[in-house]
Design a binder for this molecule. Structure first.
Ligand code: NAG
Length: 296
């Protein structure tokens, strides 16, 4: 991802947080004004004012949406002012409007700190983590690509490809420039596939996706394990070809990819040896050692 895009992503991430910084307390209204009391009003005055106004604007009496809105605002203002601690916080926020983040943090702590659904916190955390993970993947990936592009090997290959495509005519400036771009694109696509350690960012790898898929993955694993035990431990049936392959692979510590590239006869031979049985494995290793010695 281009740096511009990266910054755009960060900007979007931050600006999605902005509403939460401003939507605190009574938003653009003054909580005291909403209840029609002064900042020095005592608790019973505030309570009295609230009951009077809530009766006046109750949706049952005033079906119009404006008074419904006002009713909600009044209730919200009362929520804030009836509590000693949140009222104090609110007074502080009025006196220190410049401490935007501090005030927002205190507000959210007071209102959601104790009653937030832990699942929502978890999801939020996962999303933020995933966003950073994704950005990080892109950074690593683009760095790796640009590093490769600076190497002489890459430049040589590019030149060779260019010559091949143009049939040896590279002195026609305009034509070669045109080809150049296309070839470069192709080559970089090809190379990008080959760069290891910097896989192209993939949404499937993100923490949040992994977490969502966790029940499925776990379920699959448990099912697999269960049917394995059922078939081979309880029923003692013979291993299926796939399972025998899996066991062979595991006892030889062969990666999945390497196993797939083996030819069928080799696979047949290896699976036939039942290497997951310890004594078979030992016998096989001894055989291999002998073979090596003989070749020397
Ligand atoms: C609150 O203020 C009102 C009016 O100033 C007063 O009558 C009342 O006694 C006060 N209540 C308390 C609990 O201080």
């Amino acid at each position: 991802m281009e740096p511009v895009l990266r910054w755009l992503a960060i900007f979007i991430l931050l600006s999605s947080l902005l509403p939460y910084i401003h939507a605190i307390y009574c938003e653009e209204d003054d909580c005291y004004d909403l209840l029609g009391v002064t900042q020095s009003a005592n608790a019973s005055e505030i309570k009295k004012a609230y009951y009077k106004l809530s009766l006046k604007y109750h949706p049952d009496k005033n079906p119009d949406p404006e008074s419904r809105k006002l009713f909600v605002k009044i209730a919200n203002a009362y929520e804030i002012l009836k509590d000693e601690a949140t009222r104090e916080q609110y007074d502080y926020a009025i006196a220190h409007p410049e401490e935007v983040f501090y005030n927002a943090a205190r507000y959210y702590h007071a209102y959601y700190g104790h009653k937030t659904d832990p699942r929502a916190v978890l999801v939020g955390l996962l999303l933020i983590l995933s966003a950073f993970q994704y950005l990080n993947q892109w950074t690593r990936y683009t760095q790796a690509i640009s590093m490769v592009k600076r190497t002489p090997a890459y430049k040589n290959r590019l030149r060779a490809l260019e010559l091949e495509r143009s049939g040896g005519i590279t002195n026609k400036k305009k034509a070669s420039k045109h080809i150049n771009k296309k070839v470069e694109e192709e080559l970089s696509n090809e190379l990008e596939l080959q760069i290891q350690g910097a896989e192209k960012p993939c949404l499937w790898n993100l923490i949040v996706v992994w977490f969502i898929l966790l029940p499925y993955t776990l379920g699959k694993l448990i099912f697999w394990k269960g049917s394995w035990i059922w078939r081979y431990t309880i029923y003692k049936s013979a291993y299926s070809w796939e399972d025998a392959c899996y066991l062979t692979q595991r006892s030889l510590r062969v990666p999945q990819e390497a196993w797939r590239t083996l030819d069928e006869s080799k696979k047949n031979d290896l699976v036939g040896r039942r290497l997951w049985v310890k004594s078979n494995m030992e016998a096989y290793l001894t055989e291999l050692r002998k073979e090596v010695k003989r070749r020397r």
